[in-house]
Design a protein around this ligand. Structure first.
Ligand code: NAP
Length: 537
């Protein structure tokens, strides 16, 4: 007698990845249940409700492309939509595709155990319920598990204090308040200028300065929208083939190091029009040749120094000793991040070289030189990228080992989509996948997963076991490519791209830098060859 399963597939997470999976798995014809601990769908875009939160990819390709109808029907209001608009868009997708009946919100998964006797996954939720499923799929997001810094006295502070990705869902009135922000990555680059408009004052505690590129927001016009909608096939193909999953026109066929200085400067200037395009549509060697990388880095720094009036502040904001892209560069939106430091109500504190934080007190932050009083403290201290969500609760495979324990020293996977020892478990954008425009990667991953499940269902397989030798091979390949890049900086700059932002954990290879387009080809090749990385039974 066949075993009773509650659902064929349980998906955890109802953001871009969860919705994409629902679409592709429904096409396979299996039953799918999505759980999410949040109060709404949206993932990143429901958690990160901080002021100024917006996409850093241009909205018209930071979206799901499986439905031509939705692409034509939905209209973006501007180049980079804010969190509210992105969330509205995801609701539109869920409505159009009738996804709501299969989504259960406010439900946290607390454990997932593979049952060796039945070959099913047993999933337990925070409300004391349990469910069985054949396939367990993580759509939890690669940047979702917050890093809470280990700062003395963190709990002593009397006012509101929270991680940026846990911004109070009902909103927070910060007008005329004194705000302290600890951390200065992409989140703060968006949040600071927005908050400084109405807060009494905002103080940013910065450890490592970043290379900040301009976003240059603009409103969508009817002409631009028509051009986009008339050319969506081409836009989707560009993303599919690009090294970072973006609809960019690159490679451009020229190198910075081979271009005369005057001409190079002219090209840098002409392309200073917002978005990561600047990195990819100027020269092809900026991320591979240290000399070219330095030219780009110097240009960005010179632009920053044109804006920031106080030379001492500009010096604190100047990245030193690491190449552009060894940390993910933030984009500054409007009003600008650098411009904010010209305001009387914004202060930058260098906690690396000048005055490290000593403790958090009842009413502020004490550094080695001063005590700063606040009404609100925001911890914009980043995420345990790629691995954090999968390590946050116990997921036990055939051997009973948790993913957390398996990844203690190295975080190996097969193409970021499955993990040896965890049969019938799939991950969207797991470790050792590329870092790319996320909706592009998410859909390519969801396609691979649904194709694998389609094979199992149509050929009558109960189990697929990711092969340990395939995992070793992929990890070695990813590490080999990583060694050849400028991003291989170990734990020098606490980059989340190497897990080097997690205290007491060694830096490791988490990103496949062989090019997203190449990686998507590899996923297709795997499907076409019948999934040689897996054994089926
Ligand atoms: P982040 O870039 O990792 O920045 C975290 C900041 O907190 C860094 O300045 C870090 O300093 C600091 N920090 C961490 N622990 C600290 C401690 N114990 N004491 C003092 N400072 C500490 O995090 P994020 O800004 O949240 O961004 C993470 C990623 O999320 C981005 O790179 C991006 O991929 C994504 N994101 C995307 C968007 C978008 O596309 N719209 C917006 C926001 C974020 P160190 O650098 O010295 O470690």
């Amino acid at each position: 007698m066949p075993l009773k399963v509650d659902y064929d597939a349980i998906v955890v997470g109802a953001g871009f990845a969860g919705l994409a999976l629902m679409h592709y798995l429904k096409e396979v014809g299996i039953s799918v249940q999505v759980f999410d601990k949040a109060t709404d769908i949206g993932g990143t875009w429901t958690w990160n409700r901080y002021p100024g939160a917006a996409t850093d990819s241009e909205g018209y390709y930071y979206c799901l492309t499986f439905s031509k109808e939705i692409l034509q029907e939905w209209s973006w209001s501007r180049r980079y939509p804010g969190w509210e608009e992105t969330l509205k868009y995801l609701h539109f997708v869920a409505d159009k595709c009738d996804m709501w009946p299969d989504i259960q919100l406010n439900t946290e998964i607390v454990s997932a155990d593979f049952q060796n006797d039945t070959g099913l996954w047993l999933i337990k939720t925070g409300d004391g319920k349990q469910y069985t499923c054949k396939y367990f799929i993580s759509a939890m997001g690669m940047i979702s598990e917050p890093v809470i810094p280990k700062i003395k006295g963190l709990k002593k502070f009397k006012g509101p204090s929270f991680h940026s990705s846990r911004w109070p869902q009902e909103g927070l009135d910060y007008a005329d308040k004194r705000v302290g922000i600890i951390g200065c990555g992409a989140t703060t680059v968006q949040m600071l200028p927005a908050m400084a408009q109405t807060a009494k004052n905002v103080t940013v505690f910065q450890r490592t300065p970043n290379f900040v590129l301009p976003a240059m927001q603009s409103q969508m016009t009817p002409e631009w929208e028509k051009e986009i909608k008339d050319n969506y096939d081409e836009i989707i193909a560009k993303c599919r083939n690009h090294s970072f999953g973006m609809a960019f026109d690159s490679p451009v066929g020229r190198n910075a190091v081979d271009t005369p200085a005057e001409e190079r400067q002219k090209i840098f200037e002409e392309h200073w029009k917002g978005s990561f395009r600047w990195v990819f549509e100027t020269f092809d060697d900026l991320l591979v040749d240290p000399a070219a990388n330095k030219m780009a880095a110097d240009f960005i720094i010179s632009k920053m120094k044109e804006v920031v009036k106080d030379p001492e502040v500009a010096d604190i904001l100047t990245p030193k000793g690491y190449p552009l892209f060894a940390k993910r560069p933030p984009l500054e939106h409007d009003p600008g991040f650098y411009e904010s430091f010209n305001r009387d109500n914004v202060k930058l504190v260098d906690i690396k070289d000048r005055e490290p934080i000593v403790e958090i007190t009842e009413n502020g932050v004490r550094t080695t030189l001063d005590h700063y009083e606040f009404d609100i403290i925001v911890l914009a201290t980043g995420f345990q990228a790629y691995t954090g969500a999968l390590e946050a609760f116990d997921i036990r495979g055939v051997s009973g080992t948790t993913i957390r324990d398996k990844w203690e020293v190295e975080s190996k996977s097969i193409m970021g989509v499955c993990i040896a020892d965890y049969p019938n478990l799939f991950t969207i954008t797991g470790p050792q996948a590329p870092f790319a425009n996320l909706p592009t990667s998410i859909q390519q991953n969801a396609l691979w997963i649904s194709d694998c499940i389609k094979k199992m269902e149509s050929e009558g397989y109960d189990l697929c076991h990711p092969l340990p030798e395939a995992e070793d091979e992929w990890s070695a390949h990813v590490a080999e490519i990583h060694r050849q890049t400028l991003m291989d900086v170990g734990d020098k700059v606490h980059s989340w791209m190497m897990g080097a932002n997690i205290e007491n954990k060694n830096a490791r290879v988490l990103v496949y830098f062989g090019g997203a387009g190449v990686y998507y080809d590899k996923l297709r090749e795997s499907v076409n060859q019948g999934f040689p990385e897996l054994s089926f039974s």
